[in-house]
Design a protein around this ligand. Sequence first.
Ligand SMILES: Cc1ncc(COP(=O)(O)O)c(C=O)c1O
Length: 382
Amino acid sequence: MQAAIDLSAEKGVLRRRVIVNSIPEHTTQIDVEGKRYINFSSNDYLGLNREPALLDELHKATLKYGLGSGSSPLVSGYCDAHMKLEQLLCQQTGHQAALLFNSGFSANHGLMTALFDKTDHIIADKLIHASIIDGISHSGAVLKRFIHNKVEHAETLLKKYNTSALVTESVFSMDGDCAPVEYLSMLCQKYHTQLIVDDAHGFGVINLCVAPNVQPKCNIQIITFGKALGCQGAAVLGSKQLIDYLVSHSREYIYSTALSPINACLAYSACKYIADNPELQSQLMSNIAYFKQQAKRRNIDLIESEMPIQGVIIGDPEKAVEASNQLKSDGLWVGAIRTPTVPKNTDRLRITITAKHSTEDIDQCITALDKLFMNEEYCHAR
Ligand SMILES: Cc1ncc(COP(=O)(O)O)c(C=O)c1O
């Protein structure tokens, strides 16, 4: 273990935790070791984490259901709070059925390992999340990856292999760009394969399908509650047959304490809240547009993205950490994302914009980035 720790430190990729406390009266600010920062690294894109209406729901749900589910779902851990959330998610996405998991990681892993085995070939985007890669790898299936978002390459692989499923993300977690889901869906129909979309960073920000009676654009959709919904947990959505199958074959579902009913109630209330308050999504989009416009004025070279995830490539793990530290000294908390989370030489700053950032917050971020990129070491980011 020590040798591995030392090696990671030598390569500049050793991870360490810091205690980050949120500040109740300022949704976009955090406290780290007694110092305040504007948080540009949260996936709580709509700023629901401290929404008073949702805190009230939490209180009511706790009184009604107690703290935890008390058991795995097939024993006695499945209650009406879970069922209501599954039904709402089906209404909002157009899928027939849903199944709740404790996290997006366990949903992806539990789905892939239950569905596939060594007789399957899976085709996936090069940038899919670690939980999907691990799930496919542990299922024994053969994984072939296409160049990020290149549908022509996906088609070449579909022609070559008898494929069980094509997997992508709706909004990519580290680049913030969107997959061409409609095009991939057409390809999957042409080659008689299933389309699986991890919608972790899309649900609540852009919706794959919202109108009633509209067919979903993918066969299986994974939603996580820890991003735009501001809480915790995840769901797999698809056909009734898929969900019936997972109920008796997904080990993550069967052998784990069910998602707490309080979390199910919170995710339910958050979905309703987003639907009832469309101005939140509009505010988020207008903040993103403002950030991009200001970055362009200063010639800051952002990774192409219309979503809350905005990146600047630094290209070296140690320099990415140094850049993040410099932003901290200017009062901004921006994550340095290093290899192997992102491909080698694409170490970066990952800036997330939320609906709750003020114009002043964004201006402060742009000014600090501008100052950082004056430095010769980072001038390539212009
Ligand atoms: C694309 C994607 N899928 C799945 C996950 C896992 O979700 P969770 O954080 O709920 O485990 C994440 C987040 O970490 C993600 O970015």
